[in-house]
Write a protein that binds this ligand. Structure first.
Ligand code: DX5
Ligand code: ZN
Length: 218
């Protein structure tokens, strides 16, 4: 089963309630929530209070992607606010095992994120500690960028590595440039959670979700 995760970054901030309802009705599996600190990446987005507000209006799990320099400062705040999944970047998390176990101890699904140029070996080292590995298919910071094709062999390699070493329960999430026309290739390469911002929020959210579901075929 492929999980579709609309990235709220591309939604209209002042009408996000309507966008979330459209995501629910369109069959989204979770809501991807991008936290940017103006330091790890140039833009600044939103903090934990907004997660709290989303959780009051929706039952969909919230997938918090922390693009911040000091994720250890943020993990607990987002967990308390109601985040269901929390992922931290390899490039910003020097004590990865400790941080991932902290997320799990807070009762959340723990994810480890790799930028497109970060060696896969970073994920291998924490395969037994993370619930999912998020492979970026763009350099983080902005919605609407083009999918980096080298994601595909990289994802296949990670999926194979996980499956052959007893980590078949560790899922791969892909984030960046996923649209209706390339979602199938990402899923076939081994990604089971597909984040899509501009691919879902330009035009009809319901139609786009339905088309993406049909495109992935599962
Ligand atoms: C990029 C963010 C993504 C972004 C994806 O840094 O992590 O979640 O919103 O947007 P699209 O799907 O438009 O590339
Ligand atoms: Zn993201």
């Amino acid at each position: 089963m492929i999980q579709l995760a609309p990235s709220l970054l591309s939604s209209d901030l002042l009408n996000m309630g309507d966008a979330i309802r459209a995501c629910e009705q369109g069959g989204a599996d979770l809501l991807h929530y991008d936290v940017m600190d103006g330091h790890f990446v140039p833009p600044i987005t939103y903090g934990p209070d907004f997660v709290r507000a989303i959780k009051r209006t929706s039952t969909l799990p919230v997938d918090v992607h922390l693009m911040v320099t000091n994720p250890d400062h943020q993990v607990e705040q987002f967990a308390v606010a109601g985040a269901d999944w929390i992922s931290v970047h390899a490039e910003a998390t020097p004590h990865a095992h400790r941080t991932l176990h902290r997320i799990k101890a807070l009762g959340k699904r723990a994810g480890f994120v790799l930028n497109p140029a970060t060696p896969l070996e970073y994920a291998f080292e924490v395969a037994g500690d993370a619930d999912f590995i998020l492979l970026m298919s763009v350099n983080p910071g902005y919605g609407g960028q083009s999918f980096i094709e080298s994601f595909l062999p990289r994802c296949e390699r990670l999926r194979t590595w996980l499956d052959t070493r007893g980590f078949s329960d560790v899922e791969i999430e892909v984030d960046g440039g996923i649209k209706i026309d390339n979602a199938r290739r990402a899923a076939d390469a081994g990604a089971s959670i597909l984040v899509s911002g501009s691919g879902i929020f330009s035009g009809s959210i319901g139609d786009n979700l339905a088309a993406m579901r049909t495109a992935v075929g599962r």
